[in-house]
Design a protein around this ligand. Structure first.
Ligand SMILES: [Zn+2]
Length: 233
């Protein structure tokens, strides 16, 4: 068996995970594939049915923990959590919430890289359901079509609003942009803090995780330097 360090962040077969306990898997943040693992029947019930079920189940969790759900401050919490999960922080699980993207012709014939930097996002770690707070930088070179700049931000937010691991978030944004813009010339850098690392577990408040995706011209060292220069401005 390979040492754990080598296996981290690599594409691994599902059965390899059987060797590890849930605790080990959770704290090492394995990444099992590009697609968010979803059940085939994930959308057979409506969002309002999901909220009703989650509200009931969350009330049970609170009850098991010994909280008094008749307290004025707590009684609305299960409903609030259910609404927040479905309508806000996990709304990116539903393909109906995917941003509608319009493309424009590259009338200005701008053929250099476009960089949209410092896109703030909030996501949640899929192993602990606590926040990931980060910044994404996106760069692309137009293949003849351009995208409204705010749409880059919306694509980041859509994929962030799922239970995530940072490697998958990075790749999902990259593949989406490559498909929409019909170009290989894409770069993504994500710099994020994981509250499951800072607020619990090893309780490291200073570390951050950086992931990147470079393809097309962004594999050329001088393009990476150019991009880095823009990011450092
Ligand atoms: Zn975590």
């Amino acid at each position: 068996m390979k040492p754990q360090e080598i296996m981290l962040n690599t594409h691994i077969k599902e059965n390899t995970l059987d060797r590890f306990s849930e605790e080990e898997i959770g704290d090492d943040h394995f990444y099992t594939g590009l697609e968010t693992p979803m059940k085939l029947d994930a959308f057979e019930i409506s969002d309002s049915e999901k909220k009703e079920k989650i509200s009931g189940l969350f009330a049970q969790i609170m009850d098991v923990m010994g909280l008094d759900l008749t307290d004025d401050s707590l009684k609305g919490t299960p409903n609030r959590v259910a609404k927040m999960y479905i309508d806000e922080i996990f709304s990116g699980l539903n393909p109906l919430n995917k941003p509608k993207i319009a493309l424009f012709d590259n009338k200005y014939k701008y053929n250099q890289m476009l960089v949209e930097k410092n896109i703030t996002f909030y996501s949640n770690c899929e192993h602990h359901f606590v926040p990931i707070i980060g910044i994404a930088h996106i760069a692309y070179v137009s293949s003849g079509k351009v995208i409204g700049i705010s749409k880059l931000n919306r694509i980041v937010q859509y994929y962030a609003k799922r239970p995530q691991v940072q490697e998958r978030l990075t790749n999902q944004i990259a593949i989406e942009l490559k498909t929409i813009l019909d170009t290989e010339d894409i770069a993504i850098i994500i710099d994020a803090k994981h509250l499951c690392v800072s607020s619990r577990g090893v309780k490291d408040d200073t570390s951050a995780t950086v992931t990147s995706y470079y393809s097309g011209v962004f594999n050329e060292p001088h393009k990476i330097v150019e991009l880095q220069n823009y990011l450092n401005q």
